[in-house]
Ligand binder design. Structure first.
Ligand code: DGJ
Length: 715
């Protein structure tokens, strides 16, 4: 009883109940009568003694055990989306489990299952931590055909033929029954990533998916469900995020009798693979979160989880970056880069990044990808002199690479046409004139690692911008025994290369990019320091893109540039200050062509960069409260975890009539405390700022913005 009350993971053997406890939620499951793990509860903490007797009421003998599965299989009276689909050598499909035990260690619960007839074992794994409400789940499946056949319980006595895994999800999650359901998720495209979509959930199967071999701009592997009554500050929200950077699929099933379950994991339909005796499949993590403080509370819990348990260097300040892409395109010269570097250093930039176009025959996007040697026409003495000058100016040196790709017009392709993902009998689709290298091949992965490692060593590279600009098509792997493995192995090898590089070069930092924000997920965030959020740097569009990103991912990892006006993407003209203020909500960078900025603009930029540096600890490691008012003001309030200081960034793209916006309540402040506005020097009580709100003092006109700083003062 006490154990059930206190421990992060506990088991009540007598009642067959497993309980996971996070600081603000409880999750419970039991082993069903058929040996399959069944869901009991996920939500607000409650007295677990009550859960002991909980069974889902059965209304009809026409339904078998109605308790939802922790991972639905294809046998029994189960007709929703399956989380595990397997086929055995004799053509029989679907597992039938018997529970063989469990293991609890360091907050990790493993529920161990074996098929009743075939040599298949499965572990459903749950990890809980004392400092987060996020529950990490994954699945491990093993072919036990090589196990000891002398063991009477072993399933190894069946002929050890391969087992086909048609689909293996990481986890299935079930909500307590609600009167209605609403689904929030992130959709978009190139230049319009992470748009928050919030709709009533239909009584149907709703599939969120990427079939692109990468995370996708079009859908992001995160979702949130509520009863339709949650808002920014209150209400129950159940959400989940998949840590995977390849194809993925999350099927949400709202059945006609009012139950919602969603199952998700890596791979989209039709990617099957075989497992051989003793082979084990380990899925990526599908993390789930229950939060009772609305969408704002949910986002803050995800940010904190990412900072504590995902990002490689959460404690580090992300440097202010300059990137030459928007300024120069492919038209790089050493002289221009040196000029930009000098100007960047003057504005307070700390990391200078050379983007696409520095290598091979890369004068546009038709040639050169794959040839990672400096283009002598642009850099006659290689990159080292530029890197040295950047370092001399007190900045770090960054380099753009797209190591998973090749142009057909490249020395690499001419030497190794077989390295490309292709089938000789299919026309290979070129997207952005490029083909995909088969990173699942060990020789290709080794070449990519060696190439990047060489670039770091030869040029003192401190930072890679790792781009990935096309999805998988005609994804064949001729000659491979199990070609569909390409999809997952390529992703794992990308992870492995990044991990090895970081180990070999502990000072190296990496930005993940995929034509903007096409590869933003917790799997990537576990190994890169930041992600390029979108190629769209128009601050008005960025407000929405960043708000969607911030539903789940933390500001520290959100690369955001102040760029030129008019925007190279939307041609909208906006003031410099507004562009900076929007970009200051994440890891600030500058993307504009500094060589055409006036002295006054450079000085204003330097002032804004300096101001950003004063608040970046708050932005990157603070607690974020979104602001969205009915009169068109949005923003983010970043609070120091100890409440000592606060930065409030507010933006109003359009002036409506001549109305002063209403004061904005800041619920992240403490009622009993007092805060001084550093600009006006006025002191307010927390109660007033929470309830009545802060006067924003926005200037009149369109594209108004402000950075407001508050410090807590002694009472
Ligand atoms: C796509 C990226 O999103 C851009 O920032 C830039 O790096 C280009 N690729 C370069 O080709």
């Amino acid at each position: 009883m006490d154990a059930l009350r206190d421990e992060p993971v506990s088991v009540d053997v007598e009642h067959g109940l497993f309980v996971l406890r996070t600081p603000n939620s409880i999750y419970a499951l039991r082993i069903g009568e058929d040996g399959s793990p069944r869901h009991v509860y996920w939500g607000e903490p409650l007295d677990v003694a009550e859960l002991r007797e909980w069974r889902s009421p059965s209304h009809s003998s026409f339904e078998a055990d109605p308790a939802p599965d922790e991972l639905p299989i294809e046998t029994g009276a189960r007709f929703g989306p399956a989380g595990l689909r397997v086929r055995f050598a004799d053509g029989v499909r679907g597992a039938q489990w018997r529970y063989v035990g469990h293991e609890i260690e360091d907050g990790v619960l493993r529920i161990k299952l074996e098929d009743r007839f075939y040599p298949l074992a499965c572990e459903l794994v749950y990890r809980v931590r004392r400092d987060s409400d996020v529950i990490e789940r994954w699945t491990e499946v093993r072919h036990t055909g090589a196990d000891d056949p002398a063991d009477p319980d072993s399933t190894a006595n069946i002929a050890p033929e391969p087992i086909v895994v048609e689909h293996c999800d990481s986890a299935s999650w079930t909500l307590p029954k609600q009167a209605d359901y609403r689904l929030s998720h992130l959709v978009g495209g190139w230049g319009s990533e992470t748009q928050l979509q919030r709709d009533r959930l239909p009584v149907a199967e709703t599939v969120l998916v990427s079939r692109r071999g990468t995370t996708s701009h079009h859908a992001n592997p995160w979702l949130a469900l509520d009863a339709g009554d949650a808002d920014e500050t209150s209400g129950q929200v159940w959400s989940a995020a998949l840590a995977w950077s390849g194809s993925w699929r999350i099927a949400v099933h709202r059945d006609p009798v009012g139950r919602v379950t969603f199952t998700g994991g890596y791979g989209h339909e039709a990617q099957t693979f075989r497992i051989e005796p003793s082979e084990r499949v380990v899925t990526p993590i599908f993390a789930g979160l229950y939060n009772g403080d609305g969408f704002g509370g949910t986002s803050r819990a995800w940010h904190e989880y990412a900072r504590r348990h995902v990002l490689p260097h959460p404690e580090e300040d992300r440097p202010v970056l300059y990137n030459s892409w928007e300024a120069m395109g492919f038209d790089l010269t050493e002289a221009k880069q040196l000029e930009l570097a000098g100007l960047a250093a003057r504005t307070g930039v700390e990391l200078f990044v050379v983007d696409d176009g520095w290598f091979g025959a890369r004068r546009d996007d038709h040639a050169g990808l794959g040839d990672w040697t400096t283009y002598p026409g642009a850099f006659p003495n290689g990159l080292k002199p530029l890197a040295d000058e950047v370092h001399r100016l007190g900045m770090r040196f960054g380099l753009w690479v797209e190591p998973e790709m090749v142009n057909a017009d490249s020395d690499l392709f001419r030497a190794h046409p077989e390295w490309v993902v292709h089938a000789p009998t299919r026309q290979a689709t070129e997207l952005r004139n490029q083909l995909l290298l088969n990173l699942a091949r060990a020789d290709v992965a080794a070449w990519v690692y060696d190439t990047l490692d060489r670039l770091v060593r030869e040029n003192d590279v401190d930072f890679f911008k790792w781009d990935m600009n096309r999805p998988f098509t005609e994804a064949a792997w001729p000659g491979a025994p199990d070609p569909d493995r390409l999809w997952a192995v390529a992703v794992r090898n990308v992870y492995g290369i990044i991990d090895r590089l970081r180990e070999a070069h502990p000072g190296l930092r990496i930005e993940g990019c995929s034509s903007g924000g096409g590869r933003i997920d917790l799997g990537m965030l576990a190994r890169v320091d930041q992600v390029w959020t979108s190629d769209n740097t128009d601050p008005v569009d960025r407000i929405e893109i960043q708000a969607g990103y911030g539903q789940v991912y933390p500001a520290a990892a959100m690369a955001a540039w102040a760029s030129d006006s008019p925007s190279p993407i939307t041609f909208r003209e906006t003031p410099l200050r507004f562009r900076f203020h929007v970009a200051m909500a994440g890891a600030l960078g500058i993307g504009g062509n500094l060589t055409v900025w006036s002295e006054a603009e450079l000085a204003e930029a330097a002032g804004l960069v300096a101001e950003y540096k004063e608040v970046r600890g708050l932005v990157q490691r603070g607690v974020a409260y979104r602001i969205q008012t009915a009169d068109g003001v949005s923003g983010v309030h970043y609070a120091a975890p100890d409440d000592s200081e606060h930065a409030v960034l507010v933006w109003r793209p359009t002036m409506r009539f001549a109305h002063e916006p209403a004061p904005v309540p800041l619920p992240g402040l403490r009622a009993g405390a007092r805060y001084r506005d550093l600009f006006w020097g006025v002191t307010y009580s927390g109660e007033v700022l929470r309830e009545r709100g802060l006067e924003l003092g926005l200037p009149a006109g369109d594209y108004a913005s402000r950075l407001i700083r508050l410090v807590r003062v002694a009472e």
